[in-house]
Design a protein around this ligand. Structure first.
Ligand code: FAD
Ligand code: UDP
Length: 369
């Protein structure tokens, strides 16, 4: 008999399991249908001893100090500022678009205020921004939109930017200075021993039992528990009774090369329609590993496969809301994480959401006792 069954050993499930066991003394069973913990942050060593991210590049960045404070109990950090280059007509230029990008693409030598004027002259201003196309047009105009965003987005999502919420392409800032970091957050670092080691430490508690290779559907009737923390796809929990929520998936192609380095940055993006994959990641940039060889992955977006990305657009949000109403009515179930909340969350947002869910559970537990 467990107090809590946690479905999913990713960051959402592991944060809740850790808090429930260590703060409330609860007996927790954590299951995951995969053969490992850490969810999409899983970062094992390959046969050569090279660390890679099995489900694509994961870089930790946040402005949430309470999330850093919480995770720091389970890991040391290695400072890492992610940089990305986009391949445009054979050249590699910084993305997010910055001063270097504009000067290189257009053969100019503008200072930051010159870049600001350059972009303002091209930006298509409008009163309302309803989608990702309008978002980028309003920042940089049509030519740069088509060069960097239109075809990358069509590949990544199988949709035109006009069909996606403004927040999707809005994740990428535009800069007029030389800052070429992908993220602007105050804290940017990687867990020193990797994400899997961090999650393993979170789950290492005498009140937590972890069973991998175990699906909720096959265990729900057999395990005895008072409350379920569900971090899988919310539509599946309810038997997809209102229809399936769409998720975007990826196929990863990994390759190891017998040379220390292959590319000058962590990721090289491919915004051109002629290249079928979106980006190439060289993991040693992210992990800081020293090794005579190097491992890279290419990402090929696909419709079917593991659910990696909720697809942010109005009709999907409407469908999600129907499931969210059912979820809110469940007294013995809590829905947390990227798939259960159907939100394009970064890792820090997932941990923040799990910490908030724990506070709520602790409050109701205190009221009940
Ligand atoms: P998950 O990690 O998906 O964990 C859910 C777990 O539940 C899975 O392990 C799954 O197997 C399990 N599960 C589902 N259904 C069942 C079931 N029925 N029974 C048993 N187990 C089940 N975030 C960043 O902050 N920075 C990045 O650079 C970044 N890069 C990313 C790159 C890619 C390609 C992707 C896909 C995501 C990226 N993210 C990044 C987002 C990050 O992966 C998520 O925010 C975070 O890992 C989600 O944690 P979670 O616990 O909600 O979900
Ligand atoms: N994007 C783009 N070109 C790029 C990088 C990003 O069009 O070179 C768009 C694309 O729609 C992508 C979104 O911006 O899905 C968010 O990019 P991010 O790198 O944050 O995606 P993630 O790492 O979550 O896959």
């Amino acid at each position: 008999m467990y107090d809590y069954l946690v479905v999913g050993a990713g960051l959402a499930g592991s944060t809740l399991a850790e808090r429930l066991a260590s703060q409330l003394g609860a007996a927790v069973l954590v299951i995951d249908k995969r053969s490992h913990v850490a969810g999409n942050t899983y970062d094992p060593l390959d046969a050569d001893g090279l660390r890679y991210h099995r489900y694509g590049p994961h870089i930790f960045h946040t402005n949430a100090r309470h999330v850093v404070a919480y995770l720091s109990a389970f890991t040391r950090w290695r400072p890492y500022e992610h940089r990305v280059l986009a391949r445009i007509a054979g050249d590699l230029v910084p993305i997010p678009i910055n001063r270097t990008t504009i000067n290189r693409l257009y053969g100019l030598d503008l200072d930051p205020s010159g870049v600001a004027r350059f972009l303002a002259a091209r930006a298509e201003t409008r009163e309302r921004i309803d989608n990702s196309e309008q978002m980028i047009l309003s920042r940089v105009g049509r030519e740069l939109y088509e060069t960097f965003f239109r075809d990358y987005t069509r590949k990544q999502w199988g949709l035109d930017p006009a069909e996606l919420d403004a927040s999707v392409c809005g994740r990428i800032p535009t800069r007029t200075n030389d800052d070429d970091r992908y993220f602007g957050d105050s804290f940017q670092a990687m867990p020193a021993d990797g994400f899997t080691a961090m999650v393993t430490r979170m789950l290492d508690h005498p009140r937590i039992e972890v069973v991998t290779g175990s699906d909720f559907a096959s265990i729900a009737d057999r395990a005895r528990f008072n409350h379920v923390i569900y971090t899988g796809p919310i539509d599946e929990f309810f038997g997809c009774k209102f229809g399936r929520l769409p998720y975007r998936s990826l196929r990863f192609e990994f390759a190891t090369h017998d040379t220390p380095w292959m590319q000058p940055a962590g990721c090289v993006n491919e915004p051109s329609a002629g290249v079928p994959y979106t980006r190439t990641t060289e993991y040693k940039h992210l992990t800081g590993q020293h090794h005579a060889k190097t491992i890279l992955s290419r990402e090929y977006p696909v419709a079917d496969g593991d659910p990696y990305y909720p697809i942010p657009r109005p009709d999907n949000r409407e469908l999600y809301r129907k499931y969210a109403v059912l979820a809110a009515a469940q007294r013995n179930a809590t829905f947390v994480g990227r798939l259960a909340e159907y939100k394009y969350f970064n890792m820090d947002q997932v941990v923040a959401s799990a910490l908030a869910a724990f506070d709520e559970l602790a409050r109701t537990a205190a009221v009940a006792s």
